[in-house]
Design a protein around this ligand. Sequence first.
Ligand SMILES: [Zn+2]
Length: 297
Amino acid sequence: LRRLYRSLLAFVSVLLLWSSAATAAEPPKTSCKSIGDPGSGCLLGGITLEGSDRLQVRQHRNWGTPEMLAAIVRAVDVVHAEQPGGHTLVVGDLSRKAGGRFRPHRSHQSGRDADIGYFLKQSRCPGFMRKANRDNFDVARTWTMLWDWLSRDEVEYVFVDWRLQKQLYIHARDVAQVARTNLTRIFQYPKSRAKRVGIIRHQRGHSDHMHARFRAPASVAVGAAYAALNPHLIKPTPIFRTIRRGDTLTRLARRHKVRIKDLRKWNKLRRRHVLRPRQKLIVGWRSPRGPTQVTAP
Ligand SMILES: [Zn+2]
């Protein structure tokens, strides 16, 4: 009887352990759905980033996932707590209410992208995305904000101009004393601005603002589950190829297993179009998440 009792006890404890593990693995509850790729997706049930004495936002362009907005607000609060006296931060475009195409951006479609101004060495809010340079860039405050996201693994990447990246790198290494292995993981600098490595990377046009891509795991998970039931919500994204010398439509079609007719249609090419080297052409479509088939829109 004692043996039976003991095995029963073991069984119950395993059951308890299993159920607690199951609840721990569950993602936080959210009704927000970040659907598809940020370059072709949409946003359902997003929320707005509200303006405050610490944040200047753009109405109707300030929608996003709760994870992203919470991360922005918290990081800015950390900056003000650690280094009081900073100016109101200018926040640019996030996503539209339902996400989707947001000109002139290529991404910003699923509530996970944010254009955020840099902290500058001035007490008044610049009021617009002002270019940062060696003289006016507030490296310390900007790094505090970035580090808050990086240390929590909340960002996939952040586009920062190469020259500003250099200032941040030196600050992180010499002042913040970030370990070398972390520096290598975080920064593209000093490798090469053309190398696609690091979380903080160079991209042209990011000297007056940074572009941060947030992970937003709960909204992405809920979005993926929802998209599986509603496949029409996921639109395919174009696959681009740069034309090299000697490329012809026939050769491209053969290489990418598509029809010449489709290449013409996707790229709006005329009959007698001559391909130029370095020109970018759509050679196919990919559907990054969800069960939809890869088809031309
Ligand atoms: Zn952007």
